[in-house]
Design a protein around this ligand. Structure first.
Ligand code: ZN
Length: 235
């Protein structure tokens, strides 16, 4: 009896691990490139005035980044979305309401994805090809939902931990210490955990950290690309 339970438990673990691995299949965490090139990505925005401050910093350094926008904030701040697009940055989808995808049915995931794609598309005239799951959590069904929409899930290999670290130099050093060619860097210009777009946290520290990251990595010979450009380099 005990042996049967043990076999059943082992099979259950294998099945659960299998589902989890399958749900991350096709996800991009880092990009295999030999050149010293990395991608800066910003989640949860737009979040005025921090998104605009970030755009000014990126422009000053002539860097293009990728912004994974939250649908609720796109609705609230269309002008900021247009400013991101006009500056030549890449726009991706970060769901409408920032719920963990693991908790949603495939139909609910599709609703989150399509609603946000439409909001973005109405403003910038293209459908996002990239999706970043809230909290980096995927789930069974997400891959199928993304495949239906011809989208790719983008995670990250390096993070500034800027949802808990508030000192710009520490955010920058968390990124710089773990960088390598092809890294996808996670930072935030918005705040995913609040449903009221006007109640988002300040991201001034992330904006300041961005300037330090760019200067430090450039001194090490790195250049910056959008996630789409980085993926194209690996082909
Ligand atoms: Zn987020």
């Amino acid at each position: 009896m005990i042996r049967k339970i043990a076999i059943f438990a082992a099979m259950t673990i294998v099945a659960v691990v299998g589902v989890l691995i399958a749900s991350y299949n096709g996800t991009i965490v880092t990009v295999p490139v030999t050149e010293k090139v990395v991608a800066l990505t910003y989640d949860d925005g737009p979040n005025p005035p921090h998104t605009q401050a970030l755009l000014a910093t990126l422009e000053r350094h002539s860097v293009k980044a990728t912004f994974f926008l939250k649908g609720q904030n796109v609705e609230a701040f269309p002008e900021a979305v247009l400013a991101i697009a006009r500056a030549g940055h890449e726009i991706g989808n970060h769901s409408y309401s920032h719920r963990p995808m693991f908790s949603l049915s495939k139909t609910a995931m599709l609703e989150e994805l399509v609603r946000t794609n439409r909001l973005i598309e109405n403003l910038v005239d293209y459908k996002p090809a990239l999706f970043r799951p809230p909290y980096g959590i995927q789930g069974p069904g997400l891959k199928m939902a993304l495949d239906e929409l011809d989208m790719t899930s983008i995670l990250m290999s390096t993070s500034g931990l800027d949802w808990e670290v508030t000192e710009p130099k520490l955010i920058a050093s968390a990124v710089v210490e773990s960088i390598e060619p092809g890294s996808i860097i996670l930072l935030h210009d918005g705040h995913g955990d609040v449903s009221d777009p006007n109640a988002q946290d300040s991201r001034a520290a992330s904006v300041e950290a961005t300037g330090i990251i760019i200067e430090t990595l450039r001194a090490q010979g790195y250049r910056f690309a959008t996630v789409g450009e980085l993926i194209a380099l690996s082909r």
